[in-house]
Design a protein around this ligand. Structure first.
Ligand code: APR
Ligand code: ZN
Ligand code: ZN
Length: 359
């Protein structure tokens, strides 16, 4: 099959790859569509490292073509969305309903043979056990969820990462009281989904921050009530002018130490800041400790929206069917896999909310 492989940081290489057959609890999926996420770009640009060569891509949707002997949750022909929080279902976190931090998530991706190889036998890994930049994927059954066959797969794929992350962070990682003030820093696919989640969750002011005027215009379409251009405005001062003491909830959807610190600074007393972005090099975040104590501020992370994706993905697609969750508008570029690097160039330049590869 054809796959876009990261051989060394820089660009993806289109290659012919041999995919292994599914193991007992794995499924083979014919990829239909896959979103280009900044998490993929972190590995392409080398701001995060992984063992190479690897097939990146994790925001994918497709059709099940084969199932392993023990697979129970999906059948051949099912339309599925992948999610990178593969869960075991029986560890202390899973049984407590916190699937996104499953204790066995890495163990579940280990397999006796490499999932893919070059024609001459060199092992190729798959990102997060998915590897969506390929014509087919072999994924653990607990990394997929079946979706109604009528949902267009180019839109369904977005729910697997950016939408689950942004909406989950604003609805599962925190509970927003009706009318509370929300700040979303960074309006890419993840941030735009957080804007939508805040609106759906009953927020009052939804203040979106970005450095691109086009992104800020789009954020208004997704439900932002106010926007701040961080390239020209002092974000903290602008937030205080709008809210007085600061916001009740802030979400960092870029992956920068400085903007995490900014999100905490923009909180009012009792506020909670949630980190969605991947910050390179394990950089420490510096926040004034007395701000935590005297103002009872909180700082937390949300991994893929603290999701329970088997429940969340169908629910989110129902909200899409009702016209309450915007997915069509999130796609600002479509391209075939041969042009995947152009999609990442556009993402790097901050030009797209989501680029989707149609495989
Ligand atoms: N201030 C405000 N906005 C900024 C700044 C800044 N200093 N720097 C970049 N941005 C904006 C960009 O203009 C872009 O709109 O942040 C947005 C980032 O969006 P994407 O590149 O589309 O990233 P996305 O896929 O949404 O992921 C965001 O979440 O899952 C993680 O790894 C992912 O760290 C990444 C983050
Ligand atoms: Zn992602
Ligand atoms: Zn588990």
């Amino acid at each position: 099959m054809r796959a876009a492989v990261l051989v060394e940081p820089g660009r993806l290489d289109l290659q012919d790859v041999v995919l292994d057959e599914p193991g007992p609890r794995e499924v083979e999926i014919r990829t239909a569509a896959v979103g280009l996420c900044h998490s993929d770009l972190h590995y392409i640009d080398g701001t995060f490292s992984t063992s190479l060569p690897e097939i990146l891509g994790h925001e994918a949707a497709g059709v099940v073509t084969r199932v392993g002997s023990e697979v129970e949750s999906v059948r051949i022909g099912d339309h599925v969305v992948t999610c990178l929080t593969i869960f075991c279902g029986h560890c202390r976190y899973c049984t407590d309903g916190h699937l996104s931090i499953c204790a066995n998530r890495s163990a579940l991706r280990k397999r006796p043979r490499p999932v893919a190889t070059t024609p001459d036998g060199t092992a190729i890994g798959t990102m997060s056990g998915i590897g969506g930049f390929a014509e087919r994927m072999v994924v653990h059954e607990n990394g997929v969820v079946a979706v109604p066959a009528g949902v267009p797969l180019d839109r369904a794929c977005l729910v697997g990462c950016s939408v689950l992350t942004g909406v989950g962070a604003t609805t599962r990682s925190v509970r927003i009281p009706l009318g509370a003030d929300v700040l979303v820093v960074g309006c890419g696919g993840v941030g735009m989904a957080a804007v939508q989640g805040a609106r759906l969750g009953g927020a009052g002011r939804v203040i979106a921050v970005d450095i691109s005027p086009a992104k800020l215009d789009a954020a208004k379409e997704f439900g932002a009530t106010h926007v701040i251009n961080a390239a020209h405005q002092d974000v903290l001062q602008a937030v205080r002018e709008l809210t007085g003491a600061g916001v009740d909830f802030a979400f960092e959807a870029i992956g920068r130490r400085e903007t995490v610190e900014q999100a905490v600074a923009c909180l009012g007393p009792g506020g909670t800041a949630t980190v969605l972005g991947m910050i390179p090099d394990d950089q420490p975040v510096r926040i004034p400790a007395t701000d935590l104590l005297f103002n009872e501020k909180k700082l937390q992370g949300s991994f893929i929206g603290s999701n329970q994706f088997r429940t969340d993905v169908p629910r989110l697609l129902e909200l899409y069917a009702q016209g309450r969750l915007k997915l069509d508008e999130m796609i600002s570029m479509r391209l075939p896999m041969d042009h995947i690097n152009e999609g990442f160039d556009a993402l790097r330049r901050g030009e797209v909310t989501r680029a989707v590869v149609e495989v």
